[in-house]
Design a protein around this ligand. Structure first.
Ligand SMILES: [Zn+2]
Length: 102
């Protein structure tokens, strides 16, 4: 990775930059140009938030499914058979098919 400052990354329009220095949590990785946080810290915060807001996310998904019934139906109609065929070719899918036929 090339060492580049946040300012240079901004000028180049890059989404991330790499300073070679560790963040306050000891990660030596890229930083986001928009808010300057380390990418790994961002991922950690994201997964922690998801864990802590599990019921909120379930509610949101339920609401989204309700509001996008047409979209989901269309998606299943277009990709359902392809996805099902692909799933059946995986070890889990094959096992399931065998279990269903026995
Ligand atoms: Zn970090």
């Amino acid at each position: 990775m090339n060492i580049i400052s946040r300012k240079e990354a901004k000028e180049l329009g890059l989404k991330t930059y790499f300073t070679g220095k560790s963040c306050k949590h000891g990660h030596i990785c890229e930083h986001r140009t928009d808010h300057g946080n380390c990418v790994k810290c961002g991922r950690m915060a994201n997964s922690l938030w998801r864990k802590n807001n599990d019921s909120y996310n379930k509610e949101r998904l339920k609401k989204w499914k309700k509001e996008n019934k047409k979209h989901i139906a269309e998606y299943v109609r277009l990709y359902g058979t392809i996805l099902h065929r692909r799933y059946r070719s995986t070890p889990t899918g094959q096992l399931r098919t065998v279990c269903r036929t026995v």
